[in-house]
Design a binder for this molecule. Structure first.
Ligand SMILES: Nc1ncnc2c1ncn2[C@@H]1O[C@H](COP(=O)(O)OP(=O)(O)OP(=O)(O)O)[C@@H](O)[C@H]1O
Ligand SMILES: [Mg+2]
Length: 232
């Protein structure tokens, strides 16, 4: 394996012999509330690596450009190196989380059309919600790149809502990260897993995602396993 080039809260990135390719390794570490809550979830690294590989594979089949090349092992995947755009893109189909806490939405309210939000990727600043005007003024992305990111996010949402619905799961919301590949094209990067999505059982409403960890709902590993089994 190459050199460790970045260690985040949930993953590590390693260089490879190929300049444009990285290994993304998924860890069992879990954090919430901006790092205030920390623990390990048994087998999370393996589960998220496999879930992300399946979902990215599906998105690629549906024509979405992504960094995913192939899964290498239980906890590692090969990806294209990108220059990450410092904005997290959240897409919401149902009100939950900060929409309830900060804006007074009633949890479970359907959002049609879906709401797309941008958050500045900055641990020091606590990942604040920001607008297109801030993105442009900070030089984080161009107007054209933002348009591309929004269009891709809506396409990904349509694909994933259908994908999860077919498996008895309601895709409530999710977070995406985009980057520029070596040619400067915008592609989907990072991960899509129960760490980065809210996934509710379509029949019972049971939460099958990181909210089980955030709010000590119990059976966290079992929920991630349930998602793994349903997407397989
Ligand atoms: N293809 C890629 N090329 C370069 N960087 C990537 C790629 N895919 C994901 N990343 C970045 O790798 C890191 C993955 O680590 P992790 O998700 O653990 O970070 P994190 O603790 O959430 O921190 P951050 O706030 O930086 O996202 C993230 O910073 C993510 O933006
Ligand atoms: Mg991350």
């Amino acid at each position: 394996m190459g050199n460790l080039i970045y260690e985040g809260k949930a993953k590590r990135l390693y260089s490879t012999e190929i300049e444009d390719e990285l290994i993304q390794e998924f860890k069992d570490d879990a954090t919430a509330f901006n790092g205030l809550k920390k623990d390990k979830i048994a087998h999370k690294g393996e589960l998220n690596n496999k879930i992300t590989s399946i979902i990215f594979g599906h998105l690629i089949n549906e024509g979405i450009p992504t960094h995913f090349i192939k899964r290498l092992s239980d906890t590692e995947m090969l990806v294209k190196r990108v220059n990450i755009i410092k904005a997290e893109v959240v897409c919401r189909n149902v009100a939950a989380g900060s929409l309830v806490k900060k804006l007074g939405f009633k949890e479970g309210t359907e959002l049609d059309p879906p709401i797309i939000e941008l958050y500045l990727k900055s641990d020091e600043l606590g990942d604040p919600l920001f607008t297109d005007a801030h993105v442009l003024a900070l030089g984080i992305a161009t107007k054209e790149e933002l348009e591309k990111i929004r269009a891709l996010t809506l396409d990904i949402n349509r694909i994933l809502v259908r994908f999860f619905a077919g498996r008895g799961i309601n895709l409530v919301d999710f977070k995406l990260e985009f980057g520029r590949d070596k040619d400067g094209s915008i592609i989907l990067a990072d991960e899509i897993s129960p760490d980065t999505c809210r996934l509710w059982d379509a029949g019972t409403g049971k939460k099958l995602d990181k909210d089980r960890f955030r709010f000590d709902l119990g059976n966290v590993e079992e929920a991630y396993k349930e998602i793994m089994e349903r997407v397989s």
